[in-house]
Design a protein around this ligand. Structure first.
Ligand code: AMP
Length: 384
């Protein structure tokens, strides 16, 4: 597409699946990213209409309406984003025709099961009101859903700039990253990330594991982890990984902030060897932070996904806060993979201190595992 040409009425599939607190947007990072190129896009479009999913509503459920997201977008853009309470039909067309030059947001794609079922008629109906389509929802690119893989069958389609940037930046990690390459993994569950660990271990130099997921490894090594989170079904796999040649690259925490009750917020710091049966590990502690820091400062590439503890609670945030601090000040190529780590960075540091912050939690992990994502590179990139 040559610059200056008209896209006409443009439909853009963004990832506006943001964390909500009731009807209030809790973290607007994905919205900020989704509107990053809007000024340029409007120069070549008659109108711009966003659409997205939000959560898993399982049919029409107004608790999952995108209306609050339209309100947050309006605040960020300093102009009203018109919310259209449907996805297709004359109502959508009339709104767009009657409000020339405005920005619109349609209702939650997942109010219709046809979206997740990748229904062709649905794709045809939604795209009917538009002249061109931009796929820019990296966070949903691992899904075989209608808006990801089928809208382009009915209308001229492009890959959006956000998605193209995501792929370019993540490729730097899979395509001969500058060594030493260190990966920090945390968060609640090992089951989500085991495949990633298997895939990454041969190419990484150091794998630092914190969060709830480290306890499955520590238990597999015979430690008493008290009542800390762990996954029984993965003990054997964790043990095999640690026993393998690549297991030598894995760094596990040796001291923790522990509590008897998460709700109490009371924290005591202790060595893993001192855990009693009713201790719950909720954060990494000083010695571990120092050890992780000494590995990270020697690294030239760092990928981070998942908090080091229950950072949402004040007394359990020290580990995640320290790692945010350390990574944001490294002289290395630093990438953060979506989700809770991004929320942590927004609380404890600045997004601009990292080379790339992915909008896609699950999608970025799947991409790094070497999976072909159904929505990546299926349309020509939009040049703005
Ligand atoms: P995930 O979605 O798997 O990245 O998990 C993120 C969640 O993991 C956050 O809400 C954290 O509070 C939680 N988390 C981190 N460390 C722990 C821990 N030691 N025990 C329980 N939950 C944790």
């Amino acid at each position: 597409m040559s610059s200056g040409s008209q896209l006409g009425n443009t439909l853009i599939r963004a990832d506006l699946n943001v964390p909500m607190h009731g009807k209030v947007v809790k973290d607007n990072f994905r919205i900020i990213k989704a509107i990053e190129y809007l000024v340029d896009l409007r120069k070549i479009s008659k109108s711009v209409t966003f659409l997205s999913h939000l959560g898993r509503p399982d049919g029409i459920n107004l608790d999952y309406s995108l209306k609050p997201v339209a309100e947050e977008m309006s605040l960020l853009l300093n102009e009203e984003v018109l919310f259209i309470n449907s996805l297709h039909g004359p109502e959508v067309k009339n709104h767009i025709d009657e409000n020339p030059g405005k920005v619109f947001l349609l209702e939650n794609l997942r109010f219709h099961n046809e979206e997740t079922e990748n229904n062709f008629d649905f794709a045809k109906k939604v795209t009917e009101n538009f002249d061109s389509f931009i796929l820019d929802a990296f966070g949903a690119a691992h899904r075989n859903h209608a808006s990801i893989v089928s809208f382009g069958n009915f209308i001229e389609a492009y890959q959006g700039k956000l998605m193209t940037n995501e792929v370019k930046n993540l490729e730097l990690l899979t395509n001969s990253p500058k060594k030493p390459f260190s990966v920090i993994l945390g968060g609640a569950k090992i089951s989500d990330k085991l495949q990633l660990i298997n895939k990454l271990l041969p190419s990484v130099d150091n794998l630092l594991i914190g969060g709830g997921m480290c306890f499955t490894f520590l238990k597999a090594l015979g430690n008493n982890i008290g009542k800390s989170l762990y996954e029984e079904d993965y003990l054997q796999k964790a043990k095999e990984l640690l026993d393998s040649d690549n297991g030598k690259k894995i760094y596990l925490p040796s001291d923790f902030g522990v509590t008897k009750s998460i709700e109490s917020g009371i924290r005591v710091d202790k060595d893993i060897s001192e855990f009693s049966d009713d201790d719950i590990g909720v954060d990494i502690s000083e010695r571990t932070i120092k050890e992780f820091a000494s590995v990270l400062v020697t690294s030239n590439t760092v990928f981070w996904n998942g908090p080091m503890g229950i950072f949402e609670i004040d007394n359990f945030k020290k580990g995640t806060q320290s790692i945010t601090d350390i990574v944001s000040n490294l002289d290395a190529y630093t990438v953060v993979g979506g989700g809770d780590s991004v929320s942590a960075i927004r609380i404890f540091s600045e997004l601009s201190k990292f080379n790339h912050i992915s909008t896609g939690g699950g999608a970025s992990l799947k991409y790094l595992q070497g999976n072909e994502l159904p929505g990546v590179n299926i349309y020509k990139p939009l040049i703005l």
